[in-house]
Design a protein around this ligand. Structure first.
Ligand SMILES: [Fe+2]
Length: 230
């Protein structure tokens, strides 16, 4: 597996192009905004983009879907059905994040009408990318339709905005629930082995083991009050 990261949007979202070494098949996970760098990377490495794989429907994760699909018209666009309202409401999303209409253009957050999804993720499905196999796991809590992609043989998991190094996703936006998020993280991420590498939607990479041990939202420290001091 080759993973190439591009930090995009004012939110420094980690867009990634993930490809199979043997077959050159690739997916782009969460294209945050239009990026000629991504198009050039795919073309220069002779990759075949088979899908735009969306973890969830927030603007900093889906904003580049339309322009990227324009360059690679054969690519599928896949999202869980429970985030379709966010995805199709993309042009209005900045408003409910508190961004005013006159700020949208200067922040690069003005969007055309989203393209139709080609299909939805199903919890438990196995997504084939050349020789790689990703298990798709529904992880609601940050949004209703958030999914993660776990490649079990290479022990890598792409978690979007569910889990970050030392933190967890925000739950104050529409569809968010902290109880649900903690349950999703426990059931779907912490059930993986400690040596799984965790690729988050923002910030640095981490591992399941490190977060299990040191993440104050997951090790009980926050709940007991100690989390405020470490
Ligand atoms: Fe998000």
């Amino acid at each position: 597996m080759i993973i190439k990261r591009f930090a995009l949007t004012p939110f420094q979202q980690n867009t990634r192009v993930v490809s199979c070494v043997a077959t050159r098949a690739a997916i782009c996970i969460d294209p945050g905004e239009a990026s000629s760098e991504i198009v050039e990377y795919i073309n220069a490495n002779e990759l075949r983009l088979q899908a735009i794989a969306l973890t969830h429907g927030h603007l900093d994760h889906v904003g580049g879907t339309r322009p990227l699909r324009g360059s690679f018209p054969d690519a599928e666009i896949i999202l869980h059905r429970d985030d379709e309202d966010l995805y199709y409401g993309l042009p209005q999303q900045p408003l409910f994040m508190g961004i005013q209409p006159h700020q949208m253009e200067s922040m690069g957050l003005k969007y055309d009408e989203p393209l139709l999804l080609t299909r939805n993720w199903e919890h438990g499905e196995t997504y084939a990318l050349g020789d790689l196999r990703f298990e798709v796991r529904h992880c609601p809590g940050h949004t209703r339709g958030h999914v993660i992609f776990a490649e079990l043989s290479q022990k890598k998991v792409f978690v979007g905005d569910c889990l970050f190094e030392g933190s967890i996703g925000r739950t104050d936006l529409p569809g968010g629930s902290s109880e649900q998020l903690l349950r999703s993280i426990t059931d779907q991420i912490l059930s993986l082995d400690d040596d799984f590498v965790v690729y988050s939607g923002h910030g640095r990479e981490t591992t399941v083991g490190r977060e299990r041990l040191a993440n104050p939202f997951l090790n009980g420290a926050y709940e007991s009050g100690i989390g405020r001091f470490i």
